[in-house]
Design a protein. Structure first.
Length: 302
């Protein structure tokens, strides 16, 4: 059953504008830190697939950044869509960008030709994670999202100041999540901060944690000088309001507590590679340092 949520339009719009403003700062940072940009080759939209543990497939979308953002020509960033293979069918964690929907469905069909899609679970309402959702809704597939992010999704992030790269066709999620539910073997964990409705999903049986954008990737994972993935994440943090950063820091500390207690043995984040075993704690600690740095610039960078 779907529910329409009344917006807190002032705070939503101000936050969206802050996020979009961060994008325009990328050029100066990249030009100062990547002198090989002139030799770099532009990346076209594409999808790569990786087989992760526990019957999970990671589809990594390469999304170009348009010139209106002020980023160097040919710039792009990467985002993950996960497919969990169950006996009854497959479940998606996030559904990627609106522009790559057809390509994503084709790649999923190649990997899982005899499996039906049971549901799409959204970690949050931003375009790179929820943008293709209206296609799944139109196909009659349930799309689950946090009640706190449902307005972002209904609006498709079409707020004043948000560049077209980060807006999409809005839709109403078919199912709303509040936190504490268990669906398809996944425990729903509220991890607010990146958005107020950000969710993480813990597969209790395999101790696999899907964190969306609550965690932050490493800068060294952007090996192509035109890859802006870390720049987008870090600059978004630096433009966030203090309350949101504190929420994200609290969420990360809660996830660290779970990992320290042995409940998490691998993390599948919203961007870049995945983390296993001993790398789980160091990755969460890295994310905590990066968010702390955004709150207190005097803290040494991660």
């Amino acid at each position: 059953m779907s529910t329409k949520i009344s917006p807190k339009s002032g705070s939503m719009n101000a936050r969206a504008i802050k996020i979009s403003t961060a994008i325009f700062l990328i050029t100066a940072i990249v030009l100062a830190t990547a002198p090989s940009l002139a030799q770099a080759k532009p990346k076209k939209s594409e999808i790569k697939s990786y087989q992760e543990r526990g019957g999970i497939t990671r589809f990594e979308e390469y999304l170009p950044l348009s010139p209106e953002l002020g980023a160097p020509p040919g710039s792009f960033y990467k985002v993950n869509v996960y497919v969990i293979n169950l006996k009854e069918g497959i479940v998606l964690v996030d559904c990627g960008s609106e522009s790559l929907y057809s390509e994503l469905r084709q790649e999923i069909g190649k990997r899982f030709p005899h499996s039906s899609i049971l549901a799409v679970l959204l970690t949050h309402g931003h375009a790179d994670h929820a943008g293709a959702g209206h296609y799944f809704v139109e196909e009659g597939m349930p799309v689950y999202a946090s009640v706190a992010d449902s307005y972002l999704i209904q609006m498709g992030m079409n707020f004043p100041g948000v560049p077209s790269d980060f807006a999409y066709t809005g839709y109403t999620p078919t199912e709303l999540l509040y936190g504490g539910e268990t669906i398809f073997g996944l425990q729903v964990i509220p991890t607010p901060g990146h958005t107020y409705g950000s969710l993480s999903f813990l597969h209790v049986k395999t101790r696999t944690l899907f964190t969306g954008d609550t965690t932050i990737c490493y800068p060294e994972d952007d090996r192509d000088p035109l890859d802006m993935t870390f720049e987008l994440e870090s600059m978004t943090l630096q433009m966030e309001d203090e309350a949101s950063l504190h929420l994200q820091l609290n969420s990360l500390n809660s996830l660290l507590e779970l990992a320290n207690g042995g409940s998490v043995k691998e993390i599948l984040p919203g961007h870049n590679r995945t983390y296993h075993g001993k790398d789980v704690l160091s990755y969460l600690e890295h994310s905590i340092v990066v968010v702390t740095q955004a709150l207190s610039p005097e803290v040494p960078p991660a």
